[in-house]
Design a protein around this ligand. Sequence first.
Ligand code: NAD
Ligand code: DAU
Length: 339
Amino acid sequence: MADVFEPRDIIVTGGCGFIGSNFVRWVAANHPGVHVTVLDRLTYAGNPENIAGLPGDRVELVVGDVCDADLLDRLVPGHDAIVHFAAESHNDNSIAGPEPFVRTNVVGTYRLLEACRKYDVRFHHVSTDEVYGDLALGEPRRFEPDDPYRPSSPYSSTKASSDLLVRAWHRTYGVRATISNCSNNYGPYQHVEKFIPRQVTNVLCGARPKLYGTGENVRDWIHTEDHSRAVWDILTCGRVGETYLVGADGERSNKDVLRAILELMGRDPDDFDWVRDRPGHDRRYAIDPTKLERELGWRPLHTDFREGLARTIAWYEGHEGWWRPAKEATEAKYAKQGQ
Ligand code: NAD
Ligand code: DAU
């Protein structure tokens, strides 16, 4: 294990989105000595309510763009780390309109790396397993940190590009950076455009859930709280320059996840619609988290997926005021795409 890094004042980009806000809440609950500055542009996916109620002397929101170099010059000095979650994150949106993905995910990461270089600030880059492309259904192999990059979608190709920038800025300029590539997260505060919240809120609205293609595609689900702990462990104890894969042995087909949602919500498990497949749809993701487990002693705590899913469903049932405003526009967008 590397020397322990003890940050006191961190910037969390994208801290009003799904995973970023769960991370901010987790840090506030578990590391009360750490001050968090959330830098978030508040796009359609960012919601200040996601971090509402946290102590104002420890969590501060700055509304701004990670591409804004002047803002970074004002904000970054004095902080000891940036944890970078901000991104355009949805594959379907990237297929319909890739430009914001190139801007935020590639240019935004570049600007943050330049600020870290200039002010000697440590950088943790939150990335995705999708940079490795996909695996065949049923094969035993899982992604490993040194696998080749083979991204399929505009989204994953911009995340892959940003990972490569981080690697180069570490090697060439000595920026103290780490990277994590995580599998599919689930939990509270996830936007209704994503698979699990979309289906849960469809059922709550009296609409039928929608399954793409054959429904056989496999995702490797991890509770977002386990991801938060992994990011913290890598930031504080990970080796600079290294990549860690984060996953919780959660492989399931989309059809199985959807049937579980319907059962848990007291519906017929076949009560859904088959819709047009996603172009270039990755078949299977699966993470080998051995490096993270062996080097840093990280283990997932949310190991019962059905129980985590039931709690996530209960969260959406109890937070209609949170998701309802985004639901109609999201479904209108999907309807245009035949999904
Ligand atoms: P999200 O879409 O819910 O949130 C993204 C956040 O970034 C929002 O708050 C948005 O307002 C903010 N943002 C977007 N563009 C910005 C800009 N230019 N400047 C400042 N803020 C901006 O995303 P998420 O699902 O929480 O994903 C967070 C990160 O984790 C992303 O980098 C994503 O690639 C990565 N990731 C996600 C998953 C997953 O399952 N969702 C899995 C692995 C990795
Ligand atoms: O693997 C990590 C990635 O997981 C992250 O990098 C992305 O930011 C995150 O969005 C997620 O990507 P996916 O494309 O896997 O997630 P999504 O929720 O969009 O879809 C999950 C699966 O469900 C995928 O196989 C497509 C399918 N799907 C999705 C929707 C929205 C459906 O069958 N029906 C749907 O309505």
